[in-house]
Design a protein around this ligand. Structure first.
Ligand SMILES: Cc1ncc(COP(=O)(O)O)c(C=O)c1O
Length: 508
């Protein structure tokens, strides 16, 4: 019988630190040491971890190995559209003409960049079926706030600014929608969902009136369902003189197939980082451009990127503009990657959405008999199941299913959202996944449902194969520990390194 090999302990970088170890050696400098006023000068050396290069590399590579991203596996996080980021886009954005461009470069020396922005605006306007676009906002949520500020500017200009004080938001909405409404200074009115997953028309007919500024809606909704009454919804709001705002986080379902502008929406934001690809899982850069109908164009942020014949320039001459919403011209690297993604499809852009919808319906078809399906319809690019049957029959919750999926090496779907579905599992495969990957995921979901019935504890105690098991999420959110507590580890609180302590590993 062979003895078990003990696992190496996982140490924090501070715990691996040894005084005097270095990952690199800098040449001695001969610059004068500046005089620092004594009240500002350090009294002891900073407590930075001291490691030789091999251990430093292993430490960070080890951490990277523990993380999960679209490059390591399937990531069906509903509403977040975690699709593959083509490497070609990274090459393009790294071209020196884009990469090294200074945001204050004169227009003459930035014609290529301005042209790219102008072309992206034109494409986005076409995709939305609207007239004008600003690229400035840095995320969907900032696009929402910008859109609502445009709404406010429009009504103020018409002398209705004080009268119209309410914006309707669906009960399935993403949390940023009500937050944006409140930040923009509007009153929030919630509208429910009917038995087929559409907006409750009766409530709208009753409550939309001359005090209504607008509606914020994502279509398809966060249930993954296209609102079958959208034209009637638009009639109700426009009939009362109000505007319709489209939360474009779910645009991946409809690109090149149907256009928010044709549905009746007047303001649209895009999530460039979702629909048109961008590495965004770990809080990476985002883009939330906003498109509007002609009547709202005068209020768009400055500067606008405009074309004069063969030349492109910034236009600041917009007296009714709401002003700037972000520094310089917006998140330029995001524009380049999204432009490249869109151009790689060209006129076949609708294939992107068609494949996303097909993939979602395929996975739904495989899972619908095992998990509860609260709204039994064809889905769009994502769908929402419920684990309430597993909870009722075996005490296994959506959270347990999500944790167990990690053992099968899948990123969990979004859970407990939208709020109107108990034990919600919100699954978005995206168009960039092959059938084999979808099948492997569906097989894992089916296996977990079987385990729930036959080996309940296996699911309740999951994950078993991840370095971090279940964490106390409430504590983690409320009492985040974001610094190393040296006072709890006095043996590590050494001061400045001493020459005598230097060990042999220098830079290896
Ligand atoms: C439906 C919906 N709306 C709005 C947003 C906000 O977008 P962002 O995260 O870019 O601010 C999200 C983000 O997940 C979303 O899913």
């Amino acid at each position: 019988m062979s003895a078990a090999v003990p696992e190496l302990p996982t140490l924090l970088v501070f715990e691996q630190s040894r005084p005097g170890r270095r990952a690199s050696t800098l040449p001695a400098h001969d610059l004068p040491v500046p005089e620092v006023p004594s009240e500002l000068a350090r009294t002891r050396a900073p407590r930075l971890p001291e490691l030789a290069e091999p251990e430093l590399v292993r430490h960070f590579t080890g951490l990277a190995d523990r993380t999960f991203g679209v490059d390591t596996g399937f990531y069906p996080l509903g509403s977040c559209t975690m699709k593959h980021n083509p490497r070609m886009n990274e090459r393009v954005v790294s071209l020196p003409g884009f990469r090294d461009l200074h945001p204050l470069q004169e227009e003459d020396g930035a014609q290529g960049a301005l042209e790219l922005m102008w072309r992206l605006q034109e494409i986005l306007a076409e995709v939305a079926g609207l007239d004008a676009v600003t690229l400035q906002p840095a995320a969907g949520s900032q696009g929402e706030l910008t859109g609502l500020m445009l709404m406010r500017a429009y009504f103020s200009d018409r002398g209705e600014g004080d009268l119209r004080d309410t914006v309707f938001v669906a009960d399935t909405a993403h949390g940023t929608n009500p937050a944006s409404v409140t930040m923009a200074g509007y009153k929030l009115e919630k509208v429910g969902t009917d038995a087929r997953g559409n907006l409750d028309l009766e409530v709208l007919r009753e409550r939309v009136n001359e005090r209504t500024a607008g509606l914020m809606l994502t279509n398809p909704s966060t249930l993954g369902l296209f609102d079958e009454s959208i034209e009637e919804v638009a009639r109700i709001f426009h009939g009362a003189g109000a505007l319709l705002y489209y939360d474009g986080a779910n645009l991946n379902a409809v690109c090149g197939i149907s256009r928010p502008g044709d549905m009746g929406f007047d303001i649209v934001h895009y999530n460039l980082h979702k629909t048109f690809s961008q590495p965004h899982g770990g809080g990476g850069p985002g883009g939330g451009p906003v498109a509007v109908r002609e009547i709202l164009e005068p209020f768009l942020p400055v500067p606008a990127v405009v074309r004069d014949g063969d030349r492109f320039r910034f236009d600041y001459d917009r007296p009714k503009s709401i002003g700037k919403v972000r520094g310089f011209a917006g998140p330029f690297g995001v524009f380049v990657r999204s432009y490249a993604y869109i151009r790689s499809y060209g006129p076949r852009l609708r294939e992107m959405s068609e494949a996303a919808v097909l993939n979602a319906n395929y996975v739904l078809a495989r899972l619908r008999d095992t998990y509860d399906l609260p709204f039994d319809r064809l889905c769009m690019h994502e769908f929402v199941l419920s684990a309430r049957n597993l909870k009722r029959d075996h005490g296994v919750t959506a959270l347990d299913v999500a944790k167990r999926l990690m053992d099968y090496r899948f990123h969990p779907p979004t859970i407990y959202f939208p709020l109107i579905v108990p034990e919600a599992l919100m699954i978005e495969p995206t168009e960039t996944e092959p059938k084999e990957r979808l099948d492997a995921f569906a097989d894992a979901m089916l296996a977990i449902a079987r385990e729930a019935a036959e080996e309940r504890d296996l699911v309740k105690d999951a994950p078993h194969r991840r370095p971090v098991k279940r964490v106390d999420e409430v504590q983690a959110a409320k009492r985040a520990i974001v610094r190393y507590r040296f006072e709890e580890h006095p043996q590590l609180s050494a001061g400045a390194p001493t020459g005598a302590a230097v060990e042999a590993q220098k830079g290896a």
